[in-house]
Design a protein around this ligand. Structure first.
Ligand SMILES: CC(C)(COP(=O)(O)OP(=O)(O)OC[C@H]1O[C@@H](n2cnc3c(N)ncnc32)[C@H](O)[C@@H]1OP(=O)(O)O)[C@@H](O)C(=O)NCCC(=O)NCCS
Length: 459
């Protein structure tokens, strides 16, 4: 038996997709919109296998896409496993960006599971990412028990909340000097990149859009979900500064009638943010607003006369992070406070260069716009641009012979990377062991970020 782990050739793309559950008509892992919204449709939704024409279209697009890096497992020439990374940039604390390998579309056919094929593909994808100068990998986990063993750990959260219209009164505020407009998909496709570009740099965890990110927006109905509708906000000068995608699902049952679902809402300033919500939470002929994929820290709560009216009905992890190159990743972000921390990472079998004791020093007020030359463990290609321009305290991270302040697992360090998880919780659970007084507090203060990291779309 000959096993090969390699990128599929263009003529092997159809076989590659066939290793993925969704290409065969099996459900995506993510609950369908209706179920996620509490709507009337059953889950899993009905799906049909991709047609040969669809597979050919996917292949044509993917082969041309320079951000798409597929890998496959072939056993005796037959494709039995598929995965891929997408090259993104993710906003990190301080406002800079880090190149990131987004692991996506993963499957091993049922007859070949639990034989280590995913592990080998993951290893190949980590190598590829490091060669491209991507010090970080991220993914959405179908099941919470699979990806920890590869070093991934939750780094962002997603919250679903509901608000009954009769309880949704807003506190008084200055009148909005701007304007709102309902637009069709064509105009929404123009507005989204403008708003996202403005928001992305100010929200840790936001991703760069890949080409075609908003191509799928449409005015067509999606089953009983109803069509997406688009609400745009402009400032007093007529510049677009906020947008929302929402639906009024056509309900099969009276119990679900009158729900307005806000699928996405982004605004580059508080005035636009408030204006969009103020229309959506008081929409005639509706009873409830549901927002299924929001950050945990939603300022709207603080704009309500009754903050308790916003009821969180589900909270889950969203993106999981995995540091591939500890010193490069840590020097690409800024820190909430200046300080020095020595820490030991052990047990990273997939990226062994991460193991060792590191001295992280976050300075005050020094610009960090280039890759430090004092980072021996990295494999940064010479032509990789320094895209990170942090505004907070920049840092150096070098190997040290000093005694460590703490020992931390690679997944725990990955969870802390964007600053949204609790160092104290991780220590309490045994993922961080302090060796000096106050080490956990210093770790917590240096890595924290406010507002919490959030990514408004996945991959
Ligand atoms: C998830 C999936 C890709 C794993 O592929 P695989 O080749 O079977 O995985 P491996 O054999 O390399 O597994 C590596 C380890 O993960 C474990 N593992 C794999 N899938 C698991 C699962 N679903 N639940 C718990 N553990 C799992 C294996 O037992 C193995 O453990 P070990 O390292 O302790 O020996 C495959 O089972 C699959 O296609 N599942 C259905 C589709 C799916 O869930 N895709 C993920 C989309 S994000």
């Amino acid at each position: 038996m000959v096993t090969e782990i390699r990128p599929p050739r263009p003529d092997e793309m159809t076989a590659y997709y066939r290793a993925l559950p969704y290409a065969n008509g099996l459900p995506m892992w993510e609950p369908a919109d209706a179920a996620w919204h509490g709507g009337p449709e059953p889950w899993p939704p009905q799906r049909t296998p991709a047609t040969p024409e669809q597979l050919a279209r996917w292949a044509e697009a993917d082969v041309k896409d320079e951000s798409f890096h597929p890998v496959a497992t072939f056993v005796d020439g037959k494709c039995v496993g598929a995965s891929a990374t997408l090259s993104f940039e993710v906003t990190v604390p301080g406002g800079g960006t880090v190149r990131m390998a987004g692991v996506t579309a993963t499957g091993v056919i049922a007859t070949h599971r639990r034989r280590g094929h995913l592990r080998q593909m993951m290893r190949a994808m980590f190598e590829g990412a490091l060669d491209r100068g991507e010090p970080l990998a991220m993914l959405s986990a179908s099941e919470g028990s699979i990806y920890g063993r590869f070093g991934f750990s939750p780094a962002t959260r997603r919250t679903r909340w509901e608000l009954a219209r009769h309880e949704a009164a807003l506190l008084r505020a200055e009148p909005d000097p701007g304007s709102l407009e309902l637009v069709g998909a064509a105009r929404a496709k123009q507005a989204w990149p403008v708003v996202h570009a403005a928001v992305r740099r100010s929200r840790v965890g936001e991703l760069s859009p890949l080409p075609g990110r908003w191509d799928g927006l449409s005015d067509d109905a999606d089953g009983t979900n109803g069509p997406l509708r688009y609400l745009v906000h402009r400032d007093r000068h007529g510049e677009v500064d906020g947008i929302a995608n929402f639906r009024l699902p056509w309900s099969a049952t009276a119990g679900n009638a009158g729900t307005l679902v806000v699928e996405a809402l982004e605004a580059s300033n508080p005035v636009a943010y408030r204006a969009l919500w103020s229309l959506l939470i008081d929409f005639d002929l509706t009873r409830t607003v549901v927002a299924p994929a929001r950050p945990r820290d939603e300022p709207l709560r603080w704009m309500l006369t009754n903050p308790r009216a916003m009821r969180v009905t589900r909270q889950s992890d969203n993106l999981w992070a995995r540091l591939l190159d500890v010193p490069l990743a840590l020097t690409r972000r800024a820190y909430d406070t200046a300080g020095e921390l020595t820490f030991t990472v052990t047990g990273d079998r997939m990226c062994p260069a991460n193991n060792g004791t590191w001295c992280l020093r976050a300075e005050d007020g020094v610009s960090a716009t280039s890759v430090p030359t004092s980072v021996p463990a990295t494999r940064v290609p010479a032509d990789v641009p320094a895209t990170c321009v942090p505004t907070g305290a920049p840092a150096t991270c070098v190997p040290t012979d000093q005694a460590a302040d703490l020992t931390i697992t690679l997944p725990a360090l990955s969870s802390l990377y964007l600053g949204g998880m609790s160092a104290h919780d991780l220590a309490h659970a045994g993922h961080v062991t302090p060796h000096t007084d106050g080490a956990i507090g210093r770790l917590a203060r240096m890595f924290r970020t406010d507002p919490e990291p959030h990514n408004s779309f996945g991959f």
